[in-house]
Design a protein around this ligand. Structure first.
Ligand code: SF4
Ligand code: SF4
Length: 233
C-alpha cells in the first residue's frame, strides 16, 4: 500500500508506503492514484504523450521486458521481434562506457575529503554519474514505440515510463531518480561493462523482476551527506 497526496503546487507526492511495497506496486499504485486526480494534467496521460519525446531510460531489468539480449546489443543493433506496427531496427541507444578509473578515484577522494562512508560516496557518485541507455526516437523526436499519440508497447514498456510523472513531488522524484540511477548501473552490468563486484550494494542484483524488489531498498537516506558534498560537486 502506497499513500500519495496532492501538494499545494498540484504535484503528486508520496507520503508513505508499507514495508513490503515492491517497485511493481509503486508504479501500479501511482497509476491508480493519478486516475483519481482528473483535475491534474496527468489525469489525461494517455492523450498527452509529451513525455514520450523525452529521453526514456532503459534499465537493466527492462532488457527482459523489451525482449532484448544485452549481449547482442553491445555487438550490434537490437532488433525488435515481429509485432504489430513495428519494423525491426535499433530501439536502444547506448551511452559511453563508464570510466571505472575515474569512478574509483572520485569515490576515494570523496571519502578522503569528507567524513562520509564509502557506500554513501558510491551512491552519490552513481547518482551524479549515470548516463542512461535510452529508447531510440523517431525522426519526429518521439519514442520509437509511439504510434498516433499512444504507446504501442504499453504492457511491455520500460519501468520508468510507468513511474514517470511530469508533476512529481520532490520525494517521489528522488525515489524515481534513485531507481533509474541504480537501474542504469545495473544495465552497465548486464551489458558486461562492469562486474557485480563493482556494485555489490545495487538492489537490482538481488532479483530478476520489478515485483521482487522493494521500494524501500532504493529510498536511501543521503540527507546527512548533502552539506559536505555541496562543495565537492
Ligand atoms: S506524465 Fe507525460 S503523458 Fe502524463 S500528462 Fe505529463 S507529459 Fe503528459
Ligand atoms: S515506451 Fe511507450 S510510454 Fe514509454 S516513452 Fe515509448 S511510447 Fe511512451
Amino acid at each position: 500500500m502506497v499513500r500519495f497526496f496532492i501538494t499545494e503546487n498540484d504535484e503528486i507526492e508520496i507520503d508513505s508506503y508499507d514495508a513490503g511495497t515492491t517497485l511493481a506496486d509503486l508504479a501500479a499504485e501511482l497509476e491508480a492514484f493519478r486516475e483519481t486526480a482528473p483535475h491534474l494534467k496527468t489525469g489525461k496521460c494517455k492523450g498527452c504523450g509529451e513525455c514520450c519525446s523525452d529521453n526514456i531510460p532503459v534499465l537493466g531489468l527492462d532488457f527482459a521486458v523489451l525482449g532484448i539480449d544485452p549481449g547482442a546489443l553491445v555487438s550490434g543493433p537490437a532488433a525488435l521481434g515481429p509485432g504489430p506496427g513495428h519494423a525491426s531496427g535499433n530501439i536502444v541507444v547506448l551511452p559511453d562506457k563508464p570510466d571505472m578509473g575515474f569512478r574509483r578515484k572520485a569515490i576515494r577522494e570523496m571519502c578522503g575529503w569528507t567524513s562520509i562512508s564509502e557506500l554513501e560516496a558510491t551512491l552519490l557518485f552513481e547518482y551524479n554519474n549515470a548516463e542512461p541507455l535510452t529508447l531510440a526516437r523517431q525522426a519526429s523526436g518521439a519514442c520509437c514505440f509511439l504510434r498516433d499519440g499512444l504507446c504501442s508497447r504499453y504492457t511491455r514498456r520500460p519501468y520508468s515510463c510507468g513511474l514517470y510523472l511530469c508533476n512529481m513531488g520532490k520525494r517521489l522524484a528522488y525515489i524515481q531518480e534513485m531507481i533509474v540511477r541504480q537501474g542504469t548501473w545495473h544495465a552497465y552490468y548486464k551489458l558486461g561493462w562492469i562486474s557485480g563486484e563493482d556494485i555489490p550494494h545495487n538492489p537490482f542484483l538481488r532479483a530478476d523482476s520489478y515485483d521482487k524488489l522493494l521500494a524501500a531498498d532504493f529510498d536511501f537516506d543521503l540527507g546527512n551527506t548533502s552539506e559536505q558534498l555541496f562543495f565537492y560537486f
